[in-house]
Design a protein around this ligand. Structure first.
Ligand SMILES: Nc1nc2c(ncn2[C@@H]2O[C@H](COP(=O)(O)OP(=O)(O)OP(=O)(O)O)[C@@H](O)[C@H]2O)c(=O)[nH]1
Length: 457
């Protein structure tokens, strides 16, 4: 597949980001440099690369991750969003009866694509006829005729006729019963004025419903000026990128498409008539980046939407001396979102606190599971016990263990953690910097332990 090399580079950059323990300015700069190199190697236009990487860098440096999202995930999201802008947003091709005009340069795959489209539309129940309006290339008439026979669709052409407009006019009349008519126009080695005039005239006089630009994925930097000139002449409604099955770079074609801001509707993935796919930018990009389901990542943010006020109130509770088990339960309830608890506890430098009880890595790994278990234990306590944890003697612990089915060991462990948390929170409540950073953490931000510790000393 085209862009394989770019995909490998981007995947390795993504791995690097998600594997880094913290994100600082240097990491962001390094990452954007690497993206820059990878895109340039894939033939993406320099101007576009610079614009993209500058935006990524600026956003990564200045924007705060939303609640529930780590800085790492957020940068991945920023990169994803900015790359998606190049590929365009999802826009489905409207499968309605229409006249389509195909434009593009010689050998880019126009004629083949006309046949592929005919087969695709007919599969969707839309009868299709092809009009052979390439009056310049010897053999173009026969090629389209042959293809229409292969896919069993309608065909109109006038062998030897040099007036493309006349053929199209007659063709539209002759193929009136077909729901979709596809005009295969001439291509050239380069964009000469004669070609531009010809396609411009057909566009003006025939007024097709849709003009589709067929472009070879491996075209390189000349794709840009070609797309622009054709767009100026016929106003391109959408793009079909062919030869996506090749090993080329595709960055040039993609840059050209980004430049004219037309949606890519289809991609060609081989020489056979079935080798055409509806283009889905999000899926394509997710595959390119080696991400499973990037939309799922976005969902985490929605699920963990904690407001600043909520974070502040919970933090005040945490740091007040009056922190009881009910408060602990409430805080956990609020922040027990996927991964958030782990992040929260993971960032607490408890080992550095007087009387600190640092949670080890394996404990952190099991944070979500532990929370579920602790909730069951807390549910087995009376209201009085939750508000007055000091009354929890051996007898009560035994009762709670039996009631929750979690064993005395787990009940004692929960109490141990509660006591450590309460003690630590009390001892740091006057530290404004720490409080501020914790708030960021509660809201899903991320920072390094080193950073946190240096702020505390
Ligand atoms: N691998 C691959 N080859 C393709 C694809 N689309 C077209 N081709 C091949 O590209 C070559 C040129 O395709 P044509 O359809 O003849 O090109 P054209 O743009 O119609 O050329 P003109 O009519 O001369 O303007 C043919 O050999 C096609 O089989 C594709 O998606 N993948």
């Amino acid at each position: 597949m085209v862009l394989d090399n770019l995909s490998e580079s981007l995947k390795s950059i993504m791995r690097k980001i998600s594997g880094s323990s913290f994100i600082d300015k240097d990491t962001i700069k390094e990452v954007t440099k690497e993206i820059q190199r990878a895109l340039l190697k894939a033939d993406v236009n320099v101007k576009l690369v610079l614009k993209l990487t500058n935006t990524v860098q600026e956003r990564a440096l200045n924007e705060k991750p939303p609640a529930g999202m780590t800085a790492q995930d957020y940068i991945i999201r920023v990169i994803y969003e900015e790359l998606l802008k190049i590929l365009g947003t999802d826009s489905n091709f409207d499968l309605k009866p229409q006249t389509i005009m195909l434009v593009g340069l010689y050998g880019n795959g126009k004629t083949t694509t006309a046949g592929k489209l005919a087969r695709l539309f007919m599969k969707k129940g839309l009868s299709t006829g092809l009009i052979a309006a390439d009056v310049h290339r010897p053999g173009a008439f026969e090629q389209l005729q042959q293809i229409s026979g292969d896919v069993n669709c309608g065909f109109y052409g006038e062998k030897g006729e040099k007036n493309a407009l006349k053929i199209v006019r007659n063709g539209i009349k002759e193929l009136a019963d077909f729901k979709i008519k596809i005009i295969d126009t001439s291509g050239r080695d380069s964009l000469d004025q004669e070609l531009i005039d010809e396609v411009h005239e057909i566009k003006e006089k025939i007024n097709p419903d849709t003009v589709l630009f067929v472009i070879d994925a491996t075209l390189g930097q000349q794709a840009g000026p070609q797309a622009k000139t054709l767009h100026d002449a016929v106003n391109i409604d959408g793009v079909i990128i062919t030869k996506m099955d090749g090993t080329g770079k595709a960055g040039g074609a993609l840059s050209a498409v980004a430049d004219i801001q037309s949606p890519v509707y289809f991609i060609g993935t081989g020489e056979h008539m079935d080798d055409i796919q509806i283009f889905n930018p999000k899926k394509f990009l997710s595959r390119l980046l080696g991400m499973g389901d990037i939309d799922a990542l976005m969902e985490v943010v929605k699920e963990t939407n904690i407001t600043e006020e909520e974070a502040e109130a919970s933090l005040d509770k945490l740091m007040s001396g009056k922190f009881d088990l009910k408060d602990m339960y409430d805080v956990w309830e609020k922040f027990a979102k996927p991964g958030l608890l782990k992040k929260f506890f993971g960032a607490l430098p408890l080992g550095k606190m007087p009387g600190g009880n640092k949670l080890d890595e394996s404990q952190l790994d099991q944070a979500d599971e532990k929370l579920r278990l602790y909730r069951v234990i807390l549910d087995s306590m009376t209201f009085y016990e939750l508000e007055n944890p000091d009354v929890l003697n051996a007898k009560r612990i035994k009762r709670i263990a039996a009631g929750s089915g979690q064993g005395e060991k787990n009940v004692r462990q929960l109490l141990k953690e509660y006591n450590a948390m309460k003690k630590n929170m009390k001892s740091i409540k006057k530290n404004r910097n720490f409080k501020k950073m914790l708030k960021t953490q509660l809201k899903g931000g991320n920072f390094s332990l080193d950073d946190l510790e240096s702020k505390m000393l």
